[in-house]
Design a protein around this ligand. Sequence first.
Ligand SMILES: Nc1ncnc2c1ncn2[C@@H]1O[C@H](COP(=O)(O)OP(=O)(O)OP(=O)(O)O)[C@@H](O)[C@H]1O
Length: 718
Amino acid sequence: MPKAQVVMADVFQKYYDDLDGSVQAQVLQFIMKMQRDPDANGLNLKPPKGGKDKRVRTARINDNFRAVLMHYSDRIYYLVAVQPHDDAYTLASHIIFDINKVTGGVELINLASLTGTLSGQPDPRGTDDGAAKPSVFAAVSDADFDRLGVHPSVVPALREIHSDDAILGFVEHLPKLARDVILCLADGMSVEAVWEHVSSVAATSDTVDPEDYEAANERPATKESFVVTGDVAEFGRIMSEPLSAWRIFLHPAQRALAERKAPYNGPVRVTGGPGTGKTVVALHRVKALADRLPPGQAILLTTYTTTLAELLRSLLEDLGGPQLTAKVDVRNIDKVSYGIAKEIFGSELPKTLDDTEIRKRWDDLADEQHPHRWDARFLESEWKQVVLAQDLRSRDDYFAATRSGRGKRLNRPERAQVWALIETFEHRLDAAGEVGVTQLAAQAARIARGWTDESRPYRHIVVDEGQDLHAAHWKLLRALVPVGQDDLFIVGDAHQRIYDNQTTLSAHGIQIRGRSKRLTLNYRTTRQILAASLGLLGDATFDDLDESTEDLGGYRSVLGGAAPELTGYPTSAAELTGLAGGVEGWLAEGLKEEEIVVAARTNKVAEAAVEALRAEGLKAVQVRSRQTPPAGSGVHVMTMHRIKGLEYRAVAIVGVGAGFVPMPSAVTSAAEDPLQHDRDLQRERSLLFVSATRAREQLAISWSGEASPFLEGARKHH
Ligand SMILES: Nc1ncnc2c1ncn2[C@@H]1O[C@H](COP(=O)(O)OP(=O)(O)OP(=O)(O)O)[C@@H](O)[C@H]1O
């Protein structure tokens, strides 16, 4: 007997996640039963009364829960949701299944959620002159919507949209093509342009039979929003995986960047706020380049930290399997320097010291001064920001160098003193057979620059989180790929710079003029969380990784949700008890432990949070750098540095009090160096911004005593 096919709508995951484990087990049994014997009576399939789509059914899971599905012929079931009895009936009576005329893919439309999003809109007749405000889409005809692939059942609700805000809430519930079409129309694109850039690109090449669901299931558009499960084990696996890159249907703006066939005539830079899909674009770009990579050539995909490099490797594997990863070196920038240095120095390669170790060495050297003249932090950053950034090799070079970005002026005798200390520092490392990681990058870059193009190891380099790379890293990357078409593809966001490595690409021979793009649509964070996060940035200005500044104009989210919670407590003990209560609340709402993260400015506060959670009987694990906790370890707790690039359904940021964020020891005093002071403060702001924007659905920020000054803007949005 042929097995029945169970096709799962992507929205099913949300309903499934909200169920108790015991009900989830019953759902799995139910699916097994459908697959094994779709004719069995026990499934108890019933059409809802007054349903909009005659093929929609509900089926019994247990006394309290029913599944909502579409039953197409005996052999195909589309699973939409499992909900409490009454909710399941309501949902079932409001959904429609259809095959999209343009893409040929199966679409699920929930009319209740569409009209629901419009109910809070201000009254369109509430204008001063009493005249009705026109619909945002007044200029688009029904026939145009139809041709572009927007289902006719959606159009009456579209005609009721009178504000841009309402559009964002509305599109969240639309099938993907319709969502892209509406967003592009709302951005002012003409119907013709939307056809050319969106609908025609998504169109299927074969003829669409509006009744043939078996054929529709095979089309790529269906696979973007539905998963055809082979068996229950696979189903279980899919349900436990986070939304990963392979499931994503690129937005036209993302696709244009990632999949462009014509070569780019040089380096490309893509910026965009958190969650706009920069990483997704970088991964798809790697795939597109790999698909046409001549034999014997290689691609490098790199980023700042090892944690993110590992994440990139696993996402890339999801996207293209081992055939893809075989063509790509995925490693963080320090490993890139190390690999190159090893080739150059062979067995002579010194031992590498990371930034923390280097910092200690500077402390030691500064302490030895008699009388004490130079501050360790000043010397360290002078070395990194001036000497290593410009690869200065001699006293004369140092005397001639511009010290732009440094706020403390040095006269000649002072420069001489500082250079002497830097020279001592480098000699000591040398004598001990040691080298700093950034210093190693500078050395490797110096040598690689002299190579011929045939010796440069990569054909393409793709960089994620480019805002954190140091000048020496850019010099090195520039030297590892011949200048030419599609040489470098760089994504990054200066608002998220959390290491003090600001530089400009053009200073390192990376000319992006005319090839810089910006993404503005956030897919991760709700509008509520986004508004609060943007408030954290205050009035600070940010660069565009090059010589200009950039803001987050036009940055918005299609997702709506709960308002973030900002809570002050009298003591830190009370705050940690509040944290445990908040986490318990999230768990009670159905979130899993590993979907929740607690972020803190320091390891010490993170440790205290772990203890507090455990004291309340909750499972929690502190995640340090280069560690990925095994499944089932509990709620993740980590520092704000470690959380970069990740995402969680719920984020709690603790210890955001005035004395802790910004962290006093991380901020140079304004008297010592006013420019460095400003940059340090900005970096501390960015740390908080990065942490807040990791949240998909829930964000809670707390403090004890006086609140951090950075929270002022976020509290206004609250
Ligand atoms: N076109 C899309 N459709 C649906 N989801 C998307 C799309 N593009 C990205 N996403 C999802 O949005 C989230 C953010 O994407 P991604 O991590 O690539 O953003 P980012 O810009 O690199 O973020 P950040 O700078 O904050 O690290 C991810 O969960 C990703 O899967």
